[in-house]
Design a protein around this ligand. Sequence first.
Ligand SMILES: [Zn+2]
Length: 418
Amino acid sequence: MRRVLSVLVTGGVFIALAWVIAELPGHVTAELDGTTIEAATPVVVTGFLALLLLGYWASRLLSALLNLPALTSRWRADRRRRGGDAAVTQTLVALAAGDHAKARRAAHRTRAMLGDTPQTLLLAAEAGRLADRDDETEAAYRALADNPDAALLGYRGLFRLAVARQDWREAAALAAQAEKAYPGASWFRPERGRLAVRAGDWAAALALSDPGTPRAALGTAAALAEPNPAFAANLAKQAWKDDPTLAPAVLAYAATLRSAGKERRALSILRHAWTLAPHPDIAEAALSEVSSPLDRAKAAQRLTNANPEHAESRLLLARTALEAGLTGEARHQVEAAQAAGFNQRRLWLLRAEIDEAEHKDGRAALRHAADALPDPIWRCQACHAEHDLWRGACRSCATAGSLRWVSGPPKPRLTIDG
Ligand SMILES: [Zn+2]
């Protein structure tokens, strides 16, 4: 409707203008080089207007001709961009469909049309990854890493490749570079912490730990690996403070105290730990400076004084009493532990030794030992792998602080179907 009105108004204006021009009175005379030209005023005005219009169109045509190379170039660029956009879509669809051959072809076309932009490089890397072409993937990620605006994408991709080939040191270095390229991103610190654990770099793992990580285990492992005695002492003390029930932390702290000549303080730490969480290694450390069997039995009593009914206390008292020739006391402690429901193999083996020391038949105790619960061992609470010695992280699944001193088979995991 608006267009119709516009045409009507324009037509009306032209008719009015033509009518005004047609009604113009008089003649226009021009003399050029002795030649006189005379024409009616409407004809001259009309000719003048026609010349103006012609000039306008001529200038437009000239401008278009001058701009032709630039227009052609722009047209080609637009055409290439449209083709590139279509190739991007085809790459994304092929990636989503898992068609690695088509994805690689489309990604190659995308780079040819749009050049090496962060987007095309990322698509090329993903297509290469889908096709298991590590060479192509790595080249694309390296090109991304060289781009200051997209370096994070490149480093993260290279990091994944390093993790896939279990090159933990390279992965840690890449994670550090990624953090440098994009400071403050939440992804880096936990990743770097996990890598430090895998690489056995306990000090770095501790430095990168957050409140959710087992700092006592990391601190203990760092203390045990630290060559500088002063640093090791500080690490061990902090680990003990973080978890005074963790036997390795207690032992590491007590060892540093002993090295510094603080025997009384070391024994105090060991006794305190025995009241919280008794462990055979704590007893061994506490009694290590005592050689006489009778003195060892007395030292065991002092150690267990605050926690005498714990099964570990009874086992220690029984063992030291037996070694001191106090078989009656040894039997009393073993039977008390047994009466409290303790049923591990080591209890029955000890009982068999007591039987033997008292010249009794120990075969019944040995039969019980065969059916009893296994002795405790360091077991990963994440994957149930067993370890002869304590470590800062599971050797099997690399979970930090997952080892617990436990007995018996792992508990089956509950699963709910449906
Ligand atoms: Zn594990």
